[in-house]
Write a protein that binds this ligand. Sequence first.
Ligand SMILES: NC(=O)CC[C@H](N)C(=O)O
Length: 191
Amino acid sequence: MKLGVLALQGDFIEHQTMLERLGVEVQQVRLPSHLEGLAGLIIPGGESTTIGKLAVDFGLLEPLREFGRQRAIWGTCAGAIFLSKDVGRPQPLLELMDITVQRNAFGRQVDSFETDLDVSFMGKEYNGRPFHAVFIRAPIIEKVYGNARALITLGDGRIVAAQQGKLLATSFHPELTGDDRFHRYFVELAR
Ligand SMILES: NC(=O)CC[C@H](N)C(=O)O
């Protein structure tokens, strides 16, 4: 199976490295034709306004929407923002997931932080220990509605991961910690 990483801006190389370690062939996606033959796509962290603007410039917005209606997409941080339907202000979005996102939701002092998350939603195969997660100027998933469901909430109830069929959104960066459970989960989702 072959997976893509959206390679317009952000930390796509880290995702590529994680996938290749799992034996997955990776295609960097910069043009619509690069989506052909892919089982799924990862949209990395970075700056969602920049990723959105470049996606418009490269003619990728509609092809990505079409791709996500049938195949798996996982957005981390800026990628999760890009997958959402609403961020409360105008910027190019894929509008594929029934989630509302608030950008930079954790305030200045705690721009970046790390915490352990309960990932029991992954099932027996992945369970048994928490997932150490890195948040960098992270968004929160304010609202999950329609066909989307919350996967992970912080102790205070804020949602940091959601799924809708083959679409996955995480506020944090599993590509930065070396723990490959989320990448394995996504590979299974894309199969
Ligand atoms: N680490 C990240 O991807 C940060 C996301 C960025 N703050 C945004 O709003 O797009």
